[in-house]
Design a binder for this molecule. Sequence first.
Ligand SMILES: Cc1cc2nc3c(=O)[nH]c(=O)nc-3n(C[C@H](O)[C@H](O)[C@H](O)COP(=O)(O)OP(=O)(O)OC[C@H]3O[C@@H](n4cnc5c(N)ncnc54)[C@H](O)[C@@H]3O)c2cc1C
Ligand SMILES: NC(=O)c1ccc[n+]([C@@H]2O[C@H](COP(=O)([O-])OP(=O)(O)OC[C@H]3O[C@@H](n4cnc5c(N)ncnc54)[C@H](O)[C@@H]3O)[C@@H](O)[C@H]2O)c1
Length: 465
Amino acid sequence: MSPLENVQRPSLTIVGGGPGGYEAALVAAKLGATVTVVERAGLGGAAVLTDVVPSKTLIATADSRRRVMKAPALGVKLDTEAIQTDIQAIDRRLLQLASDQSRDIRTALERRGVKIIIGEAKLTSDKTVAVTTPEGTETVTSDAILLATGASPRELPTAMPDGQRIFNWKQVYNLTELPEHMIVVGSGVTGAEFASAYNLLGAKVSLVSSRDQVLPNEDPDAARVLEDVFTRNGVNVVSRTRANAVTRTENGVQVELSTGEILEGSHCLLAVGGVPNTQNIGLEEVGVQLTESGHIATDSVSRTSVPGIYAAGDCTGVFALASVAAMQGRVAVAHLMGDAVQPIKHHLVASNIFTSPEIATVGLTDAQARSDQYQVDEIKMDLTTNPRAKMADVSEGFVKIFARKGSGTVVGGVIVAPRASELIYALALAVTHKLHVDDLANTFTVYPSLSGSVAEAARRLHVRG
Ligand SMILES: Cc1cc2nc3c(=O)[nH]c(=O)nc-3n(C[C@H](O)[C@H](O)[C@H](O)COP(=O)(O)OP(=O)(O)OC[C@H]3O[C@@H](n4cnc5c(N)ncnc54)[C@H](O)[C@@H]3O)c2cc1C
Ligand SMILES: NC(=O)c1ccc[n+]([C@@H]2O[C@H](COP(=O)([O-])OP(=O)(O)OC[C@H]3O[C@@H](n4cnc5c(N)ncnc54)[C@H](O)[C@@H]3O)[C@@H](O)[C@H]2O)c1
């Protein structure tokens, strides 16, 4: 039940203006709440200013260059040796795009009547937040609070970024030249995406991967495809090795590896995970419970341990995705305002890794499919036989579908392909609405199209009635 059942026009303070915060603010204002957003940097949060938007824009440019470099194989005559990457122009464009998007979000919030305070917030009770601005400290009082403070790059004491040669993912957009040799440390999603992007932009790239395979938490078949592509494209994947330290040299960097070897490069990007922004913001004092990893503990409707205080996004440790942060924020507001609440269903989340090829997933994972907990049939269809893939010279990728044994209900899938982020929507619809493999198989697809492989894979899972 909402803690504000009888309040006519409840007030809500939101700490953090990223997707977890600003989406909630828009919905709450629309439902009639008086909303204040406190943000210390800029609207849109890290997602817009330093993480999703800049990295995906960089990747869009890298992908354009990839297609140009491949054009001769399709009969377009051009001198690929003469193609240059103007990293300063690329970075300028992506930062401008991020700043424009942040401005658009601010405008949308203001139009809905949301009050915005640029300042550093600290919880002082279950109803009050102290906000420090250059002008001083003010107290904002409200009926409820939503914490959406996000996360920050994890730092290794022996590899401190200097923003010139050694970077975390937020600092890498002020390069004066394309790195001659970029060493990416960490082969999770962030590391894999940046390794792919700089490789396609024409830099020499080494990827220090502490695990057996890149993308250790992802679908193993997809990770294998990506690792093969990396190797074929000349990325130096240093597997089962940790970076113990990173130091500056006169003209570059030295990465000391756990094998004792030294890797020399011109620049180093640290992609070793994130830590939630939950320290020194008054959480313990007010009784907001944290998990062992330092995230804010929440339930399926985004409530924390303190009635009236909600949390959403990366500070909660539930999937670190912008889409999930926004959904958690919307769910919190629906609960607070007594609107219909649909608790978040983790098994329905769709996500995408923006490497080349892209890797999109939804629903049941490969590991879950192989566990005793689920009885599933599985099909994996390579794209090499797909006519559209042949026409576009797509030489790797696949569609994988998991369906419940016996019933044929679609419960998960993986797509590795160019623009897999768009193709996965069909599987996401199927998983969310419990469609049958025959529903996918009997839906017309365009000929020729990559989505034809989705229908074909489903056809192969047909259960005879
Ligand atoms: C390189 C990279 C690429 C990514 N790409 C994708 C992608 O393609 N797709 C995707 O879905 N996800 C992606 N993610 C994940 C995505 O960025 C996060 O899941 C998303 O930003 C979470 O939103 P949030 O609102 O929780 O936090 P944030 O976006 O981090 O926003 C939190 C905000 O809170 C503010 N704040 C913190 N503490 C205070 C305080 N005390 N007072 C005032 N303000 C405060 C911060 O300034 C920040 O602006 C990526 C992450 C990284 C690192
Ligand atoms: N496309 C997207 O949606 C997208 C993009 C980027 C990040 N994200 C989100 O951000 C979250 C975090 O991803 P991430 O990749 O930043 O972090 P991560 O924690 O998933 O990966 C970090 C990797 O670095 C490795 N590592 C740590 N210390 C190391 C060392 N000293 N040497 C070598 N390797 C080391 C870890 O073993 C781990 O594999 C993901 O769960 C994802 O949801 C999403």
